[in-house]
Write a protein that binds this ligand. Structure first.
Ligand code: GN1
Ligand code: MG
Length: 365
């Protein structure tokens, strides 16, 4: 890969000085680049095994960033290359580039409840700000991305094929997942019946996909927009919490150390609900406590499927990496569902308090 050449296809008149590998994503390869003018850029090699249609992918991203820009909301902006596109092709690989947002940082785990609240507000506003973007302008970059019942069928298929000869190592996990199968379609059934609405959602709202100001720790922008497409806000709500509960322990070998945290749940819900209560449907509100479980068990299936297929999708550092990730998320999913009554209680209270506050405000008028 010739990064200098790629850089100059976006900025023919600027000089490239240095680069380093950057970020902790499992899908794309990311590089931080500095130019002779001391401007910093991000170059990403797009994983086209995961993203089959690069034009559709880049079109989605530009629709979203332009929409945010039109509302004066700070966000990353893709650069146009000399070929007139927002990506270049180099030896069968696809690259894109954008200006790094100076003085920003990401968290791999929350720095206390303040980060949790900031992230919740950020993703809640993201949903709100994109709610008037015409969804028909966006395509599905990965079809059925959060279709949990389909993810389960894919897992069973991978188990049947057992391409990597690893099924023998995962019988306990397969049995445990099966126990939960009556809950896989909670969100997709809602979408099918219309009780859960389609929105433009992020679909990968890991805590490290939000940029924060280095000094104030305030939220600046949401990144990693590859999976922004029509979906349910419950996907984002559930996955953000799954990621906050997991923190930087997604690869932990101490599986049992990864469990749900009711304090984090409450803080996230309080801030998220303030931003979104006006458009959440009755069914969406009912499903809030279940969403982190559904997204955690779905990720168990995805890691396990990849393990059974021989590690073709997620980047791995050692042979059992996907299995360890699956076990960690399985412990998390189990801990959430075993305590679902507590998640429910907190949800009821947050919704009730919000309603009371609204009533109080109404009385003032
Ligand atoms: C991938 O790119 P990254 O690491 O932020 C994955 C997510 C998973 C996550 C698990 C496109 O996200 O869906 O939740 O790994 N993204 C894609 O860490 O599959
Ligand atoms: Mg990422």
């Amino acid at each position: 890969m010739d990064l200098i050449k790629i850089f100059n296809e976006f900025l023919p008149k600027e000089d490239f000085v240095a680069y380093k590998r950057f970020g902790n994503g499992h899908i794309n390869s990311t590089f931080l680049v500095i130019s002779a003018k001391f401007d910093t850029y991000v170059i990403q090699k797009i994983n086209h095994y995961a993203f089959k249609d690069i034009d559709l992918l880049m079109n989605n991203i530009c629709e979203v960033t332009n929409h945010l820009k039109s509302k004066n909301i700070e966000s990353i902006q893709m650069l146009k290359a000399t070929n007139g596109k927002y990506y270049v092709e180099e030896q069968g690989e696809f690259y894109r580039m954008y200006r790094f947002m100076d003085y920003t940082m990401t968290f791999e785990k929350p720095e206390g409840l303040k980060t949790v609240r900031n992230a919740a507000e950020a993703f809640g506003r993201f949903h709100k700000n994109l709610s008037d973007l015409d969804a028909s302008k966006l395509g599905e970059t990965i079809p059925h991305f959060h279709d949990t019942p389909k993810r389960y069928r894919d897992l069973l298929e991978a188990a049947k094929e057992d391409k990597a000869g690893r099924l023998k190592n995962v019988s306990k996990e397969m049995a445990k997942i099966k126990e939960y199968s009556d809950k896989f379609s909670l969100i997709t059934d809602g979408l099918a019946s219309g009780e859960v609405k389609l929105h433009i959602t992020h679909n990968d709202p890991k805590i490290n996909n939000a940029l924060f100001d280095e000094n104030s720790r305030e939220f600046r922008s949401i990144i990693d927009l590859d999976t922004v497409m029509p979906g349910s806000v419950l996907y984002d709500f559930g996955d953000a919490l799954r990621s906050l509960f997991t923190g930087d322990k997604e690869d932990s070998l101490d599986y049992k150390s990864v469990v749900g945290d009711l304090e984090i749940y409450q803080a996230y819900l309080e801030s998220y609900y303030k931003e979104t209560s006006s458009f959440l449907t009755k069914r969406e509100k009912e499903l809030l406590p279940y969403a982190p479980f559904v997204l955690a068990i779905e990720l168990v299936m995805r890691f396990l499927e990849d393990y059974l297929r021989g590690d073709v999708y997620f980047g791995t550092n050692y042979p059992e990496h996907n299995l360890d990730r699956a076990r960690t998320q399985l412990n998390l999913a189990t801990s959430i569902i075993e305590n679902i009554a507590d998640y429910q209680k907190i949800t009821d209270k947050v919704i009730k308090d919000n309603n009371l506050w609204l009533l109080k405000m109404l009385k003032l008028f």
